[in-house]
Write a protein that binds this ligand. Structure first.
Ligand SMILES: Nc1ncnc2c1ncn2[C@@H]1O[C@H](COP(=O)(O)OP(=O)(O)OP(=O)(O)O)[C@@H](O)[C@H]1O
Ligand SMILES: [Mg+2]
Length: 364
């Protein structure tokens, strides 16, 4: 796996039970996955030499992020490396404008959008579609970094390439995840609801508690259709907005995703194991939930997060909580781990997950 953050760390954990050895290309020996797997190679994801050395001897190369340049992905493929998902598919996870255009061509519901090369382009778009508008970095955005909600045209453009889209009046945010093998087999988890604060996912409820069966079928159909039409191998996560007029696709990721962390504890087969099975073209596992309600709450660092003391306190207060830490030094706002609680009642389960996270954070 190229990249050695928490996604690679949890993929390694899933691989152990299948007798797999995950090698990681890490940028630093302190990366979450580099701390726990013996197969660590150090190197940058945009260094072709490092990628080639890393890929030698791997059965399959897959990714915990979108940072490998497209030309390097193609060079690996030309050298005979099994790159999954392939370079053609990954383009649509790396470039948000190409993604929007492709989804639009496929007839899927997307917000109105336009390319931007000048402030005047934004002004025109706002005049036509109304303010505020969302300005988005075409590449490299995450956790809301690279998304700017604007009430009026900016004085200058951001220093990175951007495009503009309409601000959707969303009621809920949803996500659907699908696994697909090179041979075509697909499996989807139930649609989940995601809760974002300041552009960062803080909570996921699985299955989504307040959507109609019709909407949930529609979301699943969007997911499987995209996996097929973009020829995704491995995992595809589709972030969706529930808007007054129906579902709107926000964005795609072709890797395990924060919206699927609940499945480690809450589903028969979790997203990390399923990703490995899918990229290896092995039979896929059952994605069914094991309980009526699973809530996953992200642990973001607070001003007083001191895990040496807050972890035992959280374990004592919420013994049913499943705690997953990523091996990162606490820093305010940093994703340090997540907590999962299983049960029958959404409100109760959510309260317990929130309590565990608040104790872990060291909130007063
Ligand atoms: N067009 C929009 N209308 C309304 N809200 C939006 C729009 N685009 C983004 N948002 C809000 O901002 C959040 C982050 O946006 P987006 O998912 O595009 O960015 P990101 O930084 O790439 O996120 P991620 O960490 O999921 O990769 C969304 O989850 C949503 O809450
Ligand atoms: Mg997002």
């Amino acid at each position: 796996m190229v990249g050695a953050g928490q996604l690679a760390r949890m993929t390694h954990q899933a691989g152990i039970g299948l007798g797999l050895t995950l090698r990681v290309l890490a940028e630093s020996p302190d990366d979450g996955a580099a701390l726990v797997t013996p197969g660590v190679e150090l190197g940058a994801p945009d260094d072709l030499g490092a990628l080639m050395r890393f890929a030698k001897g791997c059965d399959v190369v897959t990714f915990d992020h979108e940072h490998v340049p497209a030309e390097h992905l193609r060079a690996l493929e030309a050298a005979g490396v099994e790159v999954r998902p392939g370079s053609a598919a990954q383009l649509f996870a790396q470039d948000k404008l190409a993604q929007r255009r492709r989804l639009f061509e496929l007839g899927l519901p997307v917000p109105a959008f336009a390319p931007v090369t000048s402030v005047a382009d934004i002004e025109r778009f706002g005049a036509e579609h109304g303010w505020p508008v969302a300005l988005k970095a075409i590449r490299g955005g995450y956790d809301g970094r690279g998304v700017w909600m604007l009430d009026a045209p900016p004085d200058v453009l951001p220093s990175v390439p951007v495009y503009v889209e309409e601000r959707v009046l969303l009621m809920h945010e949803l996500a659907v995840q699908v696994a697909r093998r090179p041979s075509g087999e697909m499996r989807a988890w139930p649609v989940v609801e995601t809760v974002q604060e300041d552009g960062i996912c803080v909570e996921v409820v699985a299955p989504a508690p307040r959507i109609s069966p019709a909407l949930s079928t529609e979301a699943a159909r969007i997911g499987t259709r995209l996996a097929e039409q973009l020829d995704v191998t491995g995992l595809l996560a589709v972030e969706l907005f529930e808007a007054p007029g129906g579902l709107v696709v926000n964005e795609l990721a072709m890797r395990p995703h924060n919206s699927g962390h609940w499945s480690i504890d809450g589903a028969v087969t979790d997203q990390f194991e399923q990703h490995l099975r899918a990229v290896l073209d092995w039979p896929l596992g059952d994605p069914a939930p094991v309980v009526p309600v699973t809530v996953m709450a992200n642990l973001l660092g607070g001003a007083h997060t001191e895990l040496a003391t807050t972890l035992p306190a959280a374990l004592a207060a919420v013994p049913e909580a499943r705690v997953h830490l990523y091996g990162k030094a606490p820093r305010p706002g940093r994703k340090l781990g997540h907590v999962t609680v299983l049960g029958d009642d959404v409100v109760e389960v959510r309260d317990r997950a929130r309590l565990a996270v608040s104790i872990l954070r060291g909130d007063d």
